[in-house]
Design a protein around this ligand. Structure first.
Ligand SMILES: Cc1cc2nc3c(=O)[nH]c(=O)nc-3n(C[C@H](O)[C@H](O)[C@H](O)COP(=O)(O)OP(=O)(O)OC[C@H]3O[C@@H](n4cnc5c(N)ncnc54)[C@H](O)[C@@H]3O)c2cc1C
Length: 503
């Protein structure tokens, strides 16, 4: 594949805060002195010493009233850094990279034992298990600027899907990439001939608008939009519900048409892929460009103080971000930490989040050999989609083994893991030979309660990152609920902080 190298941010800075002409030539002598002093003092060895002498920059333009979660005097003496970032998902990492490119000191606190947030991969018995079914679309505009695709060694899916319907598999293909496949399947029962032509037309139309324009275009639900575009209820139920429903974790297709347009355009312009080392290779690559000492794993932030620039960790340590704080945590956690009157109000109106369950099995062989997504268009059962991951990337399993990935939409909270596994095996036994499925070896079940924020209309997919005095929020709930939206939101939060500090 001929992928471009990232161009958005300057090269990774591995040395601690070398001088940046952009910052050090700032007309404000106070700021110049503060940054110079901070750069010296924020060398890793100095992070154990509380820095009391530097006052917070008077950058805040906002007057959001905030309830304290803890009184200042109860805090241990804070250690200071330039910017505190909370959460090392894609959004937090993108914010860190943007600050790093301007050589602004920061510390990135992550509650878990690794970076990536929802984008992680586990290694189990020689199989690579992404935490839920995830695909990376190469056309994502921010990702194109930020990631080195070549070293991710992206492995492509077939552009289309097999739909299980009426006891058999029926192909839906991208007419521009697989013209003859499309022609050969034009009369299959997944949709009418008009539907298949409309897919081709929508694909051409998607290229006409910019990604930016699509995210602010007039919106409706995705279902309304598909009906308005002329698609029949057959193709909506048999193809779009499992396909888009599996992307948005929303079987009703209530999600905003803005997200549909964004994803459809991305699919039209790019390829569906998996990095050969698992989806977690994406955040790993971003983190590898940050100075090691800036990243603090196993460091859960439990509280923010009254001016919101100081955070308390689970272990009692307290850190202050002299130039501001960037919250890159999931929407419910951001609301918990902020506890603003505005947030409390918003919490009361919060839309239910999107959930999914993903079951993995190891097998000796794949009944279907293609690198293709398989959708449940039957309208029956609990499986939404499945695929044989090792058909896409053989590195996802030990040599000669097959990794089976099965996804459900919803949380299935009242089902035990065993009940789910049995139901999935039974259902898969009707798709493939029962004896084949019986031999599958269950590897792991992932239940992802908060898979995505709910993005039903009305939406604002370009929320202002400024959420309080010196406080900026990023995450997929502030932009589009995609890898790309999370990356964009992180950069935008860092750029708002930079702008507000007058740099
Ligand atoms: C199963 C699944 C499949 C998906 N498939 C796709 C797909 O195919 N394509 C696509 O584009 N998008 C997909 N998405 C969506 C995409 O993964 C997310 O939109 C994106 O990763 C969100 O990134 P984020 O940085 O906003 O949040 P997160 O990834 O949730 O990052 C938040 C981070 O903050 C940390 N944190 C939370 N609280 C604290 C605290 N108090 N202190 C310190 N750290 C804290 C968390 O541990 C986490 O690391 C999928 C999501 C899921 C779950």
């Amino acid at each position: 594949m001929n992928f471009t190298r990232p161009t958005l941010y300057p090269p990774a800075i591995k040395t601690p805060f070398p001088k940046n002409p952009r910052i050090f030539h700032h007309p404000s002598s106070l700021l110049t002195a503060q940054l110079a002093s901070l750069s010296r003092k924020l060398h890793p060895s100095s992070l154990v010493t509380p820095l009391k002498s530097l006052s917070k920059s008077p950058s805040s333009r906002l007057s959001l009233r905030t309830k304290c979660t803890i009184a200042d005097q109860q805090l241990a003496q804070p250690k200071e850094t330039g910017v505190v970032i909370v959460g090392a998902g894609l959004a937090g990492l993108a914010a860190a990279l943007r600050l790093n490119s301007s050589q602004i000191p920061f510390l990135l606190f992550e509650a878990s034992d690794s970076v990536g947030g929802r984008v992680r991969t586990d290694s189990v018995d020689g199989f690579l298990l992404d935490r839920g079914f995830q695909i990376f679309i190469t056309a994502y505009p921010e990702a194109q600027k930020l990631l080195d695709y070549e070293s991710l060694n992206l492995q492509k899916f077939y552009s289309g899907a097999l739909v299980y319907y009426n006891g058999g598999f029926h192909r839906v293909s991208d007419p521009l990439r697989h013209f003859w496949d499309s022609l050969g399947t034009i009369t299959n029962p997944i949709g009418s001939i008009t539907d298949k032509v409309l897919i081709g037309l929508s694909r051409l139309k998607a290229a006409a608008s910019s990604f930016e324009d699509l995210l602010v275009a007039p919106e409706s639900s995705t279902r309304e939009r598909l009906l308005r575009d002329g698609f029949s209820s057959s193709i909506i139920g048999r193809f779009f519900v499992p396909f888009l429903g599996g992307i948005f974790f929303d079987a009703k297709l209530d999600t905003t048409s803005r997200l549909y347009d964004f994803v459809f355009k991305s699919l039209a312009l790019g390829s569906n892929t998996l990095p050969s080392k698992g989806i977690g290779a994406i955040p790993d690559q971003l983190a590898s460009r940050l100075p090691d000492f800036c990243l603090k794993l196993n460091s859960k932030v439990t509280k923010l103080n009254s001016d919101l620039s100081t955070v308390e960790l689970e272990n009692g340590e307290v850190f202050r971000g002299k130039f501001g704080l960037i919250l890159g945590v999931e929407e419910p956690e951001a609301k918990r930490l902020l506890e603003t009157e505005e947030a409390a109000l918003a919490n009361a109106k919060v839309k239910p989040c999107r959930s999914t369950v993903c079951l993995y099995f190891g097998a000796d062989d794949a009944p279907i050999k293609e690198p293709i997504l398989i959708l449940n268009g039957s309208g029956k059962g609990i499986v939404n989609n499945m695929f044989f991951a090792t058909n896409v990337a053989s590195s996802y399993g030990p040599k000669g083994k097959t990794l089976v990935s099965v996804s459900l939409v919803g949380s299935y909270e009242s089902w035990s893991d065993e009940e789910l596994q049995n139901a999935v095996r039974e259902e898969m036994g009707t798709w493939f030979a029962g004896s084949v499925v019986k031999a599958w070896n269950h590897l792991r079940t992932y239940r992802i309660g908060f898979a995505q924020p709910n993005q039903i209309p009305p939406t604002n997919l370009r929320k202002d990152p400024r959420v309080g005095p010196g406080v900026y929020a990023c995450g997929d709930y502030r932009d589009s609920a995609t890898f790309d939206g999370a990356l964009v939101s992180g950069r935008r939060a860092a750029e708002a902080l930079i702008e507000d500090n007058g740099w």
